[in-house]
Design a protein around this ligand. Structure first.
Ligand SMILES: Nc1ncnc2c1ncn2[C@@H]1O[C@H](COP(=O)(O)OP(=O)(O)OP(=O)(O)O)[C@@H](O)[C@H]1O
Length: 291
């Protein structure tokens, strides 16, 4: 599967939520990383055909999704950030309903629902009403409905938001296994979710793609920018006002700081290997990305 975005933009009145993005994606896991408001959801909703683009065109295997939307829908699995569900439906009823919406033959639907319910440990909950499920269970139901039509393109908007660490690991492993068969595009601002599983990372800021590369190459761009320093409490306060601080650890004789800076922050600073947290803070040190 090849998904191509050609110069796509989306404006809401004067606000340019997505600004001339061109991307070519193939099978594997592609992570959209950006602060709140950077345009990830808008881009995803355009790909899913839920929002018309103001400009540009999207192609799946060479075919415009606008022109052949029905065919595209059959190959698309989408898990929105907040999905609408029917509170009084049980998990079984909801998934069967989604299978009907997706026009999946009844026999196939039942086999797939049973498979995924077992795979995601929901057997003992399948007769529970959706309104009584925990956040983690709802996310699992959300991903099952996205998988029912055996998609070639799987789009997951913030799939691990609100999950506890154990559930996050379960989801990460599931996503990694799914990517063998399809193109996965997931959005997140949780760096640890993608560090180990993403084949490449698309960094979005104010509606544009500012970087698109493998994790390894992105981290290379952070060389000579991440430092460890050990300073007195007073110096620590000064540095905290001046630099991006990734970690601060109070010790008996002062403070250990991990910081991001284009220049060596003081004579004793030791350069250290960067990780995605450093990269994220370097580009998104401000609270959100709202312009
Ligand atoms: N329907 C809309 N009407 C007006 N502005 C919108 C609309 N949808 C999104 N925006 C604006 O477009 C920008 C991008 O929003 P978007 O939701 O795509 O970002 P995001 O990166 O997905 O953020 P989050 O992580 O918070 O979901 C924001 O400034 C947002 O306020």
């Amino acid at each position: 599967m090849e998904l191509v975005m050609k110069d796509i933009s989306k404006s809401f009145k004067e606000k340019k939520a997505v600004d001339h993005i061109s991307l070519t994606l193939n099978n594997g896991i592609h992570a959209l990383l950006g602060a709140n408001g950077s345009g990830k959801t808008t881009l995803i909703r355009m790909i899913c055909g839920l929002l018309p683009s103001s400009e540009g065109e999207i192609y799946a295997d060479g075919v415009s999704i606008k022109k052949q939307y029905d065919i595209f829908c059959d190959m698309l699995g989408y898990m929105p950030q907040h999905f609408g569900f029917y509170p009084n439906y049980t998990i079984d009823e909801f998934l069967n309903y989604m299978a009907i919406v997706k026009r999946i033959p009844k026999k196939d639907a039942q086999i797939r629902i049973d498979h995924w319910i077992k795979e995601l440990n929901l057997q003992e909950h399948r007769r529970k009403k959706m309104k009584n499920l925990s956040g983690g269970m709802l996310k699992r139901v959300g991903i099952i409905q996205a998988l029912l039509n055996e998609p070639k393109i799987l789009i997951l908007d913030e799939p691990t938001a609100g999950l506890d660490p154990k559930e996050r690991i379960v989801f990460r492993n599931l996503i990694a296994s799914l990517s063998k068969k399809c193109l996965v595009l997931l959005s997140t601002h949780i760096v640890s979710d993608i560090e180990t599983i993403a084949d490449d990372i698309i960094v979005m800021k104010q509606g544009t793609v500012i970087m698109h590369d493998t994790c390894e190459n992105l981290l290379k761009s952070m060389e000579h920018k991440v430092w460890n320093v050990h300073v007195s409490d007073q110096e620590a306060t000064q540095l905290m006002n001046q630099y991006i601080i990734v970690k601060s650890h109070q010790v008996a004789d002062g403070v250990d700081l991990r910081m991001v800076s284009d220049v060596k922050p003081n004579a004793q600073a030791i350069e250290v290997e960067s990780d995605l947290d450093d990269l994220y803070l370097y580009h998104f040190n401000e609270e959100g990305d709202e312009a």
